[in-house]
Design a protein around this ligand. Sequence first.
Ligand code: CAA
Ligand code: NAD
Length: 289
Amino acid sequence: MQVIGVIGAGLMGNGIAHVAALAGYDVILSDVALDRAQAAVRTIEKNLGRGVSKGIVAADAVTPALARITVTTDSAAFAAADLVIEAATESEPIKLKIFAGLVPHLKADALLATNTSSISITRLAAATDRPERFTGLHFFNPVPLMTLVEIIPGLATSDATKAAMHAFATKIGKTAIEAADAPAFIVNRILCPMLNEAIFALGEGVGSVLDIDAGLKLGANHPMGPLTLADFVGLDTLLSIMRVMQDATGDPKYRPAPLLVKYVEAGWFGKKSGRGFYDYSGETPTPTR
Ligand code: CAA
Ligand code: NAD
């Protein structure tokens, strides 16, 4: 594999493009509008610079990595790709539309992957012309710093595709685990109900935003409190994941916290929109309730 396509240039897409380009792959990055993909490249440049300051990226690797990334809005550009990773909004209709527009342009032997947090890999794969060449390839935010990827084979995924995904994960410096194609896979199945529970606790007045976050940071040694992490993941994304888990299992234990629904209804999506359980407009984030 030499050319990696990344569809969706948001929080995750820019991180996936970042690590692929740094590992020496040519990267084609797309979004619905060119300025979004261009903004993602500026974010990658900033984050590569942070990597250099932290001593985890070689200073002379930055310019060549950036030069390997091209941006587009045209699905036809993915004709050159050996592997395309879909990392667009967590919505099944959006993802299905992307695959429908993409597959006519792909090389016959190109591999396809989705970075979905929760949606059935088997169902997404079945909507393409190549379910045997399709997997879940689930990265963690922020991609340049988080070392895990989950590889999720669908029912039809071939052993050769699985092996290629393991090799790709190794080449980009990640540790892979394999998860079955169950709603939200391994990590999110456990993590997202915890974040949702923190929002229930906030809504019920069990603790303030700051006390809930301090509680889990200091009492469970989590690097970020759950409300900070929910804002960091994106409240729209977290709500979509909870709804997928609830719909797929019918189990009421996965019902989204009413306050999470309210925040998303308000357009308060967390850090990426400037406001969630914290307001990010000032020097330091301040609680919004
Ligand atoms: N590239 C990209 N982002 C970077 C970065 C780099 N090289 N270096 C730092 N960051 C980002 C952080 O996200 C954060 O953002 P801002 O400064 O813009 O506010 C900031 O930089 C933090 O910088 P620090 O230097 O303080 O970072 P750190 O080295 O102390 O560690 C962290 C930050 C690794 C993110 C740590 O806080 C952590 O582990 N948090 C928990 C993250 C987590 O749980 N992620 C999984 C979320 S769930 C998921 O991803 C799956 C899903 O499907 C929802
Ligand atoms: P995001 O909201 O930051 O970005 C999504 C991007 O997809 C946006 O830039 C949007 O314009 C773009 N997009 C929407 N429709 C598109 C289309 N038709 N073609 C191309 N681009 C399109 O979301 P995100 O956090 O980057 O999440 C992306 C995917 O990664 C989701 O499936 C999400 O569940 C998953 N994921 C998210 C996290 C996280 O912590 N945020 C972690 C792992 C996986």
